[in-house]
Design a protein around this ligand. Structure first.
Ligand code: CP
Length: 312
């Protein structure tokens, strides 16, 4: 594996899950692997979990992490080819990626979508520019269309908490006040499609995800029907894909409640808006796996870094 940009880079998710469990059991087992190697973390957008867990993962391998908030702290980066740079951008990605590659052995990038320009978002302009112009491996820390570190984390968490061999997993949309990306939902869908689970998606009409990603996965527009016999309910808001980036529905009836959840476990990538997306009565009980998920972010990231380091 040269880069980790998508769940599609996972050749065998069951093997990866077992490898991540082994790292979790003994996080310092490969303590010298990353010695004298530097991980650059470039954030075009905010983060709590990704920023800290990926640094923690690097430290467990003795890598030196260096972090930059690109938006605001760096020169404005130009991504267009042949652009006359007489506007707000001061540095081209061709130079920026080449320069950062001299300081770092692996570069991790977070760059959210515009949610206004579907074609631009689907081209993964920022992530793909780093892949093209950096001379070192690139890790996706959430891009316009995917969050594969989160997806791997969620697969690991479900494997740890499953009580039956083929659990039923529901990805449910929930309301939100702002327009949010599709990245987490996309990567979760791709991860579940690789696992031995019964996987369905529940969302209101007009909120179906990209059909190229959902494929044959059953989509319910009736949340109650989708939740029947569920073992895990993974909740996430996303803006409309069809009416791209729009918030056309904030129906509070889609909020996750304890009554709806029944005996199922509740999952969310965090951050989550309490009593908008999910009620307190879910988050404040053992039904919620959100803190365990956040813990697993470290081991998912550590596995990815380990694989890339072994391939340098
Ligand atoms: N789940 C997740 O990626 O969290 P952050 O946005 O805080 O990194």
């Amino acid at each position: 594996m040269k880069h980790y940009t998508s769940i599609r880079d996972i050749e065998n998710i069951n093997t990866w899950i077992e490898d991540a469990k082994a790292l979790k059991a003994n996080p310092l087992a490969h303590k010298t692997l990353g010695a004298n190697k530097t991980l650059g973390l470039l954030f075009f957008n905010s983060s709590l979990r990704t920023r800290l867990s990926t640094q923690k993962a690097a430290l467990n391998l003795s890598m030196d992490p260096i972090v930059m908030n690109v938006s605001g702290d760096a020169w404005g980066i130009e991504f267009g080819d042949g652009t006359v740079m007489n506007g707000n951008t001061a540095e081209h990605i061709k130079e920026a990626a080449a320069v950062v590659s001299q300081y770092c052995d692996i570069i991790a990038v977070r760059a959210f979508p515009t949610l206004t320009d579907k074609a631009k978002d689907e081209s993964e302009q920022v992530l793909n520019a780093f892949v093209e112009y950096a001379s070192v491996p690139v890790v996706n820390m959430e891009s316009a269309t995917g969050h594969p570190l989160q997806g791997l984390t969620d697969a690991l968490t479900i494997s740890e908490h499953a009580k039956i061999s083929k659990p039923k997993v529901v990805l449910s949309w929930a309301p939100h006040v702002r327009a949010l990306p599709h990245a987490v939902a996309n990567s979760f869908t791709q991860a579940m499609q690789k696992m031995d689970v019964e996987f369905v998606i529940a969302n209101p009409e007009g909120y179906d995800l990209n059909p190229e990603i959902t494929g044959d996965t059953p989509i319910y527009h009736d949340q109650k029907a989708a939740f029947k016999d569920a073992d895990f309910v993974y909740t996430k808001n996303w803006s409309s894909y069809e009416d791209y980036g729009k918030v056309n529905n904030t129906d509070p009836n889609w909020m996750i409640t304890k009554a709806k959840l029944g005996n199922a476990k509740f999952m969310h990538c965090l951050p989550v808006r309490r009593n908008v997306v999910v009620e307190d009565a879910v988050l404040d009980t053992d039904s919620a796996l959100v803190i365990q998920q956040a813990n697993n972010r470290t081991y998912a990231a550590q596995l990815v870094l380990k694989k890339l380091l072994e391939n340098l």
